[in-house]
Design a binder for this molecule. Structure first.
Ligand SMILES: Cc1ncc(COP(=O)(O)O)c(C=O)c1O
Length: 384
């Protein structure tokens, strides 16, 4: 086995969740998904497809009608894109891996804005690329970009810049002006931008977060990665897509062949149903998430010793508690003594050590308030 595989770190979120195995009294907010099931109209489309016998291989790049539908949907949020620029993938994380396989090889430099969902930085490492981490900075409890530091880290030697905004775990979101500066700079250095925009609809200050697609031309070295998981409550379905220059998409079909060959047809039918009703469904989901955010954040901010900022996007509160610097140990103690399940900041990189991530996507906002009560009681009883 390659040493890079043997040395991959296990998930610290799983490590905390394993500490709660067999306990049904834990209020769990550790994973990045809602506890709401996928809407019926989406499940019905998959069931109908299966009942109709759609059990065969499909095109590498996805059903043409789904590629068209994704292009139309993209055009409702951003300048029009051609379906030839869309590749359907078996999840967002699969799209990210395909982009990385296509763009970065052994020894290549990949610059990543961190902290970030660990899969983004593990993928280039698996491929033998070198990852240069550019940390966000904390200012008054909120995470912000040091644009100068990022631009000086991206040089003509940098193959890829990886950026996830709205960001998991911090909620940090790129501004339009920052995107423009990054795009201009990467045009000069010849660096590809891989923009993970899977949370673009989970944005609370407009219909969608600022996107590189609003600024770039069809030929820019830009890959934008998307997912059905977050905006359509479809985490378990494993369906995503990417928008990329036509010439890259044409080659990607081959790469998909050697990875998954194609996304399953009945899953793609579910994706078609989701997009057909995106305008009815997504705004309601975002309103429910905003209500969750606005329930959790003030309650959390009122806990003595807690430092937290209201995130403009995503579905996470990212916070720290004074005096609690070992996030893994603290998260495990919260499970053991308070029945509260949170993700440790250390799971997202050393830069986030001492922080905790709380996924606020919940059917019942009352769970969030009960969770804050548990945190408060646990802290009152310190040392835990
Ligand atoms: C930042 C980010 N990108 C991509 C994904 C991948 O989503 P999926 O593979 O479920 O489509 C996630 C999931 O948590 C994420 O947080």
């Amino acid at each position: 086995m390659r040493s890079v595989i043997r040395e991959l770190p296990g998930s610290k979120i799983r490590e905390v969740a394993n500490a709660g195995v067999g306990r049904d009294d834990v209020l769990a907010f550790w994973f990045g998904e809602s506890d709401e099931t996928t809407p019926d109209f989406i499940r019905a489309a998959a069931a109908e497809s299966l009942a109709g016998g759609e059990t065969f291989y499909a095109q590498n790049l996805g059903l043409p009608e789904l590629r068209e539908a994704v292009a139309r949907y993209t055009g409702t949020l951003h300048p029009a894109v051609d379906a030839g620029r869309i590749a359907i993938t078996s999840s967002g994380v699969n799209a990210l891996m395909l982009a990385m396989q296509a763009l970065a090889g052994p020894g290549d430099e990949v610059v990543a804005v961190v902290p970030v969902w660990p899969n983004l930085t593990a993928q280039p490492a698996i491929l033998g690329a070198r990852v240069t981490r550019v940390p966000l900075k904390v200012r008054e409890g909120a995470w912000v970009l040091d644009l100068d530091a990022l631009l000086s880290a991206v040089t003509p030697q940098s193959r890829v810049l990886l950026v996830n905004a709205p960001n998991n775990p911090t909620g940090w979101t790129l501004s339009r002006a920052e995107q423009q500066a990054i795009l201009d700079h990467c045009r000069r250095t010849g660096t590809w931008i891989v923009a993970d925009e899977v949370y673009e609809r989970l944005y609370f200050e407009g219909p969608s977060a600022p996107s590189f697609l609003d600024l770039a031309t069809a030929d820019d070295r830009l890959v934008v990665v998307h997912s059905f998981s977050k905006s359509f409550l479809m985490t378990g379905w494993r369906l995503g897509w990417m928008v990329a220059p036509t010439a890259l998409v044409a080659e990607l079909g081959k790469l998909i062949e050697f990875n998954t060959s194609c996304a399953p047809v009945f899953i793609q039918r579910a994706g078609l149903a989701a997009l057909a009703r995106a305008d009815d469904f997504v705004p309601g989901l975002v309103a429910r998430m905003k209500h969750c955010r606005d329930t959790l954040l003030p309650a959390l901010a009122a806990v003595p010793g807690v430092q937290v900022a209201t995130p403009p996007g995503g579905m996470y509160a990212f916070f720290r508690v004074e005096g609690q610097d070992d996030s893994l140990a603290f998260a495990k103690r919260l499970v053991a003594t308070a029945g509260l399940g949170l993700a440790p900041g250390a799971a997202f990189g050393d830069e986030a050590e001492g922080w905790l991530r709380w996924c606020f996507a919940s059917r019942d906002p009352g769970r969030l308030t009960r969770g804050v009560d548990r945190l408060q009681r646990a802290l009152a009883a310190l040392p835990l």
